[in-house]
Design a protein around this ligand. Structure first.
Ligand code: AMP
Length: 222
């Protein structure tokens, strides 16, 4: 199974991705996670990446595509199946992804688009907390940890992403509307797009997706 998860920031892509990855045993490639790991280092590249993420701006296409290319071409075996989360985000990235996949002899099965309402997005993003160790996603009211600020699974410390604040969310939403949303058309034209209701609970979306995959057996060919 080779899929892309699309949707605005706060649509719940990360939470859904965690369930899909465990269930279908496919690789989960989150470009946001890769970039955050990179900026935890001290390097000129880390400083450059930070200068974009901090203000909710996109890092340049060439840089992010190089990272995804490395992962898909050398870092893992795409034929085992993967889920891209946070990539592509621009028309150029969507075209680059097709080229990378063509090079590895494969293509996408599906683009899952989480259509989500704006007021929910702001609530989800400002209440989101992430485990520093295992990156599990919590929410202060919708999905709080059993012990405040401690991850239920690995006991790591929870934190709020530096870009998860109302001001940055506005920029990220504007970028999504202008730059990322138009690529939905690209995938619609290629008959790859499947839109789901991102306002639903993650577990409901996951169950619906499992059913969708079961009804579309071509996903099992990989
Ligand atoms: P995310 O965790 O997917 O919300 O990504 C966090 C931030 O990382 C974004 O706001 C961007 O600054 C950067 N980023 C992640 N993926 C991409 C991408 N495909 N293209 C450009 N910037 C990205």
């Amino acid at each position: 199974m080779k899929i892309v998860l699309l949707g605005p920031p706060g649509a719940g892509k990360g939470s859904l991705a965690a369930l899909i990855k465990d269930h279908f045993k496919i690789w989960h490639i989150s470009t946001g996670d890769i970039l955050r790991e990179e900026i935890s280092k001290v390097s000129p590249l880390a400083a450059e990446i930070k200068s974009y993420i901090e203000y909710g701006n996109l890092v340049p296409d060439t840089l992010i595509t190089k990272i995804v290319d490395q992962k898909l071409t050398y870092g893992l075996r795409p034929e085992e199946g993967f889920m891209l989360d946070g990539y592509p985000r621009t028309a150029a990235q969507a075209e680059d992804l097709d080229k990378i996949l063509k090079k590895t002899g494969s293509s996408l099965d599906l683009v899952l688009d989480l259509e989500t309402s704006l007021n929910l997005i702001v609530k989800r993003i400002t209440g989101r907390r992430i485990c520093r160790k295992c990156r599990a996603v919590y929410h202060i009211s919708n999905h709080p940890p059993k012990v405040a600020n401690i991850c239920d699974t690995c006991q790591g410390a929870l934190h709020q992403r530096a870009d998860d604040n109302e001001e940055t969310v506005k920029t990220r939403m504007e970028i999504y509307a202008h730059t990322t949303a138009p690529i939905l058309d690209y995938y619609r034209k290629h008959d790859k797009l499947h839109t789901i209701d991102g306002d639903e609970e993650t577990l409901v979306l996951f169950q619906e997706f499992v059913q969708f995959v079961n009804e579309n057996k071509e996903f099992h060919k990989n």
